[in-house]
Write a protein that binds this ligand. Structure first.
Ligand code: AMP
Ligand code: ZN
Length: 483
């Protein structure tokens, strides 16, 4: 089945046809780097990482260009730097580094491009000028505003109608705006805020223009797929479309929005224990904290366990189930690896490799159906069960075991899970913990050999405190993190 995706703009599942199959373009709105990301912020990069993996498989790794921006100009960044009394660059560098480190723990592959707003100010100024020249924006009191009345399709993405929006407007209207829904493309900076020169005075860009300018510069218009959380559809993405379309003089073109992006994908929101995350409730879960206390793959699995357009509730049960599911799959892999210890993969012939490849079809079918990750997970269990049956069958051909193991690993790779060795998984995937536990196990062996039972007990207590279970076996002790 070829890839179909649900397009927010057309409100239907559509066959995905890239503009150029040799250059498939994807853009996802990235983080504003003023604080640690919360678990909701992790949903888009994980979901769209699965999409990027799928596109790379279908079109070729070098045929896909995926850009995820970094917003490093923002009022919240300025406020944080002022509060801490440090340069703005220190705040943005700190939180970008933390974001990337946490993404790596979630096994999110780096995007091909990560444009930073501060590197694209001239492009932003050029795009604003083009919008003014097209008659769709105006300068007033050091600001430049987009004139929503100049773009007849404004509202097409979010299904809003400008007249209704105006009728329902309760916003405080700045005196320099012609229409309450006109939005800022450029604004003056206060004395201690970052500022760049422009034809309209020293200032800085609005939020929406950064994405449309960076998209044009890095990927070229129109792009194939634009993604982000559902909260961004209005106004951010609506405004991006208006800017991108009008900068190219297409405001009155038929299906004008197609000049900007061909497919729009939005992920649903994540709640925590059935509540919206909010600072006032005090239930904001930071990704940075979560990945310290559990393997990144558990977090990733939990994020992929619901269809990306559906809401996802984050709770203890979800995490326990995710860990159990991964334990089960890693358990099958561990046993397969033991069975295949002396197997030479070169003995698999072409026909066998093709069979192993075909076994991926059900997983691919699920993902090609609008990125149905719960469906793909169910199929992954199908592959694991088939492998388990072979392992339980004393008569099974070892080549079949090797093929089934390959299919399971390959399918898991599409979802970005089972990336560790089974040993690393069962030992917690944490090298510092591994070193500590192994040192303790050696001391324990020495204490036992010396019949120093009080010392052996003390070491056992320390292992318990590390949340580790030790299993003594004929070949020595193995261990795993309790979970
Ligand atoms: P922000 O830093 O608020 O611009 O958010 C970064 C990304 O995370 C955007 O794509 C948001 O739509 C997305 N996002 C924010 N909160 C949530 C949430 N609770 N659930 C899912 N996605 C979210
Ligand atoms: Zn954006």
């Amino acid at each position: 089945m070829p890839l179909h995706i649900h397009d927010t703009l057309r409100r239907e599942k559509r066959l995905f046809e890239p503009r150029d199959p040799n250059r498939v373009t994807l853009y996802v709105c990235g983080p504003t780097v003023y604080d640690y990301a919360h678990i909701g912020n992790a949903r888009p990069p994980v979901v769209f990482d699965v999409l990027a993996r799928l596109l790379r498989r279908q079109y070729g790794a070098d045929k896909v260009l995926y850009a995820r921006n970094v917003t490093d100009v923002d009022d919240k960044i300025n406020q944080k730097a002022a509060r801490e009394g440090v340069p703005i660059g220190e705040v943005t560098a700190r939180y970008e580094a933390a974001y990337l480190a946490d993404m790596a723990l979630l096994n999110v592959s780096p995007p091909d491009l990560a444009p930073h707003v501060t590197d694209y100010i001239p492009a932003i100024v050029d795009q604003i000028q083009a919008i003014i020249d097209a008659g769709c924006a105006y300068a007033a009191e050091g600001h430049v505003l987009f004139d929503v009345s100049a773009y007849p399709s404004y509202g097409a993405l979010s299904g809003r109608n400008l007249d209704d929006m105006i009728a329902g407007a309760r916003v405080e209207v700045a005196p320099y705006k012609k229409n309450p829904h006109d939005f800022v493309l450029w604004k003056p900076s206060k004395p201690d805020e970052p500022a760049w020169p422009s034809p309209w005075g020293e200032g800085r860009p609005g939020w929406h223009i950064e994405c449309s300018a960076m998209i044009e510069q890095t990927l070229g218009l129109p792009i194939d797929i634009h993604g982000g959380g559902v909260d961004l559809a209005f106004p951010h993405h609506e405004n991006e479309i208006a800017q991108g379309v009008c900068a190219h003089g297409c405001a009155h073109a038929e299906n004008a929005h197609d000049h900007y992006a061909r497919y729009w994908m939005h992920n649903g929101f994540l709640t925590v224990d059935a509540e919206k995350m909010s600072k006032s409730i005090g239930n904001v879960l930071l990704l940075h904290d979560l990945v310290q206390s559990m393997p990144g793959e558990v977090v990733r699995w939990a994020l992929l366990s619901a269809h990306y357009r559906q809401p996802l509730d984050w709770n203890q049960g979800l995490l326990e189930q995710s860990r159990k599911n991964l334990d089960r799959l890693y358990g099958v892999l561990r046993d397969a690896d033991a069975a295949l210890a002396d197997f030479d993969p070169a003995t698999l012939d072409e026909a066998e490799l093709e069979l192993a490849e075909n076994a991926l079809d059900p997983v691919l079918d699920a993902l090609e159906d609008d990125l149905n990750t719960p469906g793909a997970i169910a199929q992954l269990f199908g592959l694991a069960n088939a492998l388990r049956d072979l392992l339980n069958d004393a008569e099974a051909d070892i080549n079949d075991v090797a093929m089934a193991r390959w299919s399971l690993k390959e399918a898991a790779g599409l979802l970005g899970v089972l990336s560790l060795t089974p040993d690393a998984w069962f030992e917690g995937g944490d090298p510092a913990l591994k070193a500590e536990v192994e040192a303790l196990l050696e001391q324990r062996a020495a204490a036992r050999a010396a019949k120093d039972w009080p010392e052996a007990d003390r070491i056992r207590d320390r292992l318990n405190a590390l949340n580790v279970v030790v299993m003594d076996g004929p070949d020595g002790a193995t261990w795993r993190v309790k979970g």
